[in-house]
Ligand binder design. Structure first.
Ligand code: NAP
Ligand code: F7E
Length: 352
């Protein structure tokens, strides 16, 4: 019986396992009984903090590697012979991609090609299913609203342009070599596991720090950008479902609701019992937010967080994922703010 379980055990290989989505996908796949191999990068400090809850699980194996290193990727995929590969690894910060564009395309664009070539090199075209972490940033300067799988792309950053190459090379390897390869075009998804450099987590974490007296102000960039924000834990379920259907296809995952950064800020402060009133000229660096009760300035606009080109508004239509995969998100943005705020409150209290 034990041997039978082992034989039936599926094997997954995850790049980007140390990131937000890596954490939730690892949790999901281990729960489903997968053997999970994750590629990690060497850092001067440990990069595996998010994975601590799974360290004792014998079905999780971590291997050193990098998306910039073809030889390692080819070797690891050859050794692991995975049933499923989830390519979540990326330089994923849109703003920073303007500062390190060449590195971004090497990792986010060519890195995807390296995995697809490794599948071919190891003769795994008929065995290994491939998930590519595509993104709503492909839509950039949006060509229609809401955005679907058919909406034309118009990326607005080195990150978006690199991910556009990755999107098309995934489609190309599916069509050329019959690899089961899918693009998940995921709209923004957030959680307590989100990196502190992304706007949602920066907001909930800073608001908590203001409440606890560790910070005095939230310094923010473009308050009027709008995003379709969902809960990351639900989105990794959609990734997995894309690889369980008969035909490989590309799918949008989104909530279908968009909110401004401004309203996310207001909502996070509301969880702290603080009402923000906006002062100064709207949409300029002179705008600021005060606490209506105390009159203290709690939010200031800081141009260092502006981007050379901005994606102003995103809103996705995930009808295809609902129909084909039975996937639809349950957690709305207001609930998401609550989940993140409460987790940050616990986290910051523990840190002291
Ligand atoms: P994240 O938290 O920033 O995690 C990125 C992961 O990629 C980390 O594990 C990071 O490793 C790894 N990585 C970075 N450079 C690498 C390299 N050169 N070689 C190998 N691994 C590398 O991102 P996320 O939010 O989980 O997103 C997962 C994927 O989905 C990314 O590809 C992202 O672009 C894409 N995506 C995200 C969203 C979203 O809203 N979250 C939406 C659409 C698409 P270290 O820990 O060592 O830095
Ligand atoms: O910015 C504005 C910023 O960095 C959201 C990545 O996961 O989702 C993410 O990319 C918006 C932008 O996410 C600050 O200008 C204002 O309009 O949280 P973000 P993103 O750029 O949407 C997509 C789907 C991905 O694929 C990416 O990998 O918020 N904004 N003030 C700010 N943004 C940041 N980071 N920091 C600010 O202070």
């Amino acid at each position: 019986m034990k041997d039978k379980v082992k034989t039936n055990m599926k094997t997954a290989f995850i790049t980007g396992i140390t990131g937000q989505d890596g954490y939730y996908l690892t949790e999901l796949l281990l729960e489903k009984g997968y053997k999970v191999y994750g590629m990690i990068r060497r850092g001067s400090l440990p990069t595996t903090d998010r994975l601590k809850p799974f360290f004792d699980n014998p079905n999780l194996v971590l291997k050193n590697g990098d998306l910039a290193d073809s030889a390692v990727i080819t070797r690891l995929i050859g050794e692991i012979q995975p049933d499923e590969i989830y390519n979540l690894g990326a330089m994923s910060h849109v703003g920073i991609s303007f500062e390190i564009p060449e590195y971004t395309v090497d990792v986010d664009g060519t890195g995807t090609l390296r995995i697809l070539e490794a599948i071919r090199h190891n003769g795994l075209e008929a065995k290994t299913k491939f998930y590519q972490a595509s993104t709503s940033e492909l839509y950039g300067r949006i060509q229609e609203t809401p955005q679907t799988e058919k909406t034309p792309f118009y990326p607005r950053s080195p990150y978006g342009a690199a991910k556009m190459y990755a999107y098309w090379i995934t489609v190309n390897y599916r069509e050329s070599y019959n690899i089961f390869a899918c693009n998940g075009i995921l709209f923004n998804h957030e959680s307590p596991m989100r990196g502190l450099g992304f706007v949602t987590r920066k907001i909930t974490n800073t608001v908590v720090k203001i409440v606890l007296g560790k910070e005095t102000q939230l310094k923010i960039g473009n308050l009027d950008a709008s995003r379709d924000w969902g809960y990351a834990k639900e989105y990794v379920e959609g990734m997995w479902r894309m690889l369980q259907v008969d035909e490989p296809q590309d799918y949008v995952l989104a909530t279908g609701v968009t909110q401004t950064v401004r309203s996310f800020v207001e909502s996070a402060f509301k969880h702290a019992g603080i009402t923000i009133e906006w002062k100064g000229e709207k949409g300029t660096v002179d705008e600021f937010g005060i606490c209506t009760e105390t009159g203290k300035t709690l939010v200031v606009v800081d141009p260092q967080f502006f981007r050379p080109a901005e994606v102003e508004l995103l809103i996705g239509d995930a009808t295809k994922a609902k129909e084909d995969l039975g996937w639809s998100p349950k957690v709305n943005c207001e609930e998401l703010v609550g989940i993140m705020y409460n987790a940050d409150l616990e986290y910051e209290k523990k840190r002291g």
